[in-house]
Ligand binder design. Structure first.
Ligand code: ZN
Length: 244
């Protein structure tokens, strides 16, 4: 009994470890390989707006819109795999008057110290839920202008290394995400741990079921040899009537 409990505990720990590994690995692989050049998007309403990142709150204009996009098939411009969950999405948060706003005007640092527009694009990866992300920050103004570059550095510093600023590129436009989305991480780890654990559980149930049936038929629970009147199995030595 004690041995079974120890085995059970080890199996749980192993499942958890598998869950964590698979969750992280899938997010990184998606980030490394699934970044098509085209997207299908739709406007998001308040729920996503209220989840908007706040780390630029005192250096950027006020949040004006949030737009969600999904990978598209570049050939057809239709959602990739007909909109099935491919493990990636992109949320673009606009602070101030964006490109599509009639009030949009490129930032002229000689006129104003702060930009009229900041875009924060969050690339989120993970399956079945998004678990890790990195952010892309832009003012829509050329960073060749020293004042603009200074402002960008300030934004990158706010974002920090964990949001992907400064994390080395695998290839242009691709980065490995390390910033966590806690709910997604939690449920993905749960999902993959259970997925790993269930086959073992089913096998255990099947073995127990078979043992019970063998004992009922007067066979050895362990190997199925006929025991009849013996007190232990003549084939493998297991005690008669014991269900493995
Ligand atoms: Zn036996």
């Amino acid at each position: 009994m004690k041995k079974t409990r120890k085995k059970f505990r080890r199996r749980i720990a192993e499942s958890l470890l598998v869950g964590i590994t698979v969750t992280l690995l899938i997010s990184e692989l998606l980030a490394a390989f699934l970044l098509p050049s085209s997207w299908v998007g739709f406007s998001e309403d308040l729920p996503k707006m209220s989840q908007a990142p706040t780390y630029l709150h005192d250096i950027a204009p006020a949040l004006t819109s949030a737009q969600m996009s999904f990978p598209a098939n570049p050939a057809t411009s239709e959602p990739l795999l007909h909109g099935l969950n491919v493990g990636m999405d992109v949320i673009n948060y606009s602070y101030g008057a964006g490109f599509f706003d009639p009030n949009f005007a490129p930032w002229d640092p000689s006129v104003s110290d702060s930009p009229s527009f900041v875009s924060l694009t969050r690339f989120r990866f993970g399956w079945p839920f998004r678990a890790l992300y990195w952010d892309d920050l832009s003012t829509g103004t050329s960073v060749a202008i020293p004042a603009v570059w200074d402002y960008h550095l300030k934004m990158y510093e706010r974002a920090g290394i964990d949001r992907g600023i400064g994390v080395s590129y695998i290839s242009p436009g691709r980065r490995l995400p390390i910033a966590p989305i806690w709910t997604g991480l939690f449920f993905n780890i749960l999902f993959w741990s259970v997925a790993w654990y269930v086959p073992f559980m089913l096998r255990r149930i099947a073995i127990r079921f078979r043992a019970k049936r063998r004992v009922r038929l007067g066979l050895c629970a362990d190997c199925g040899y006929t025991i009849d009147e013996f007190s232990m199995c003549p084939e493998c030595g297991v005690e008669a009537g014991v269900e493995a």
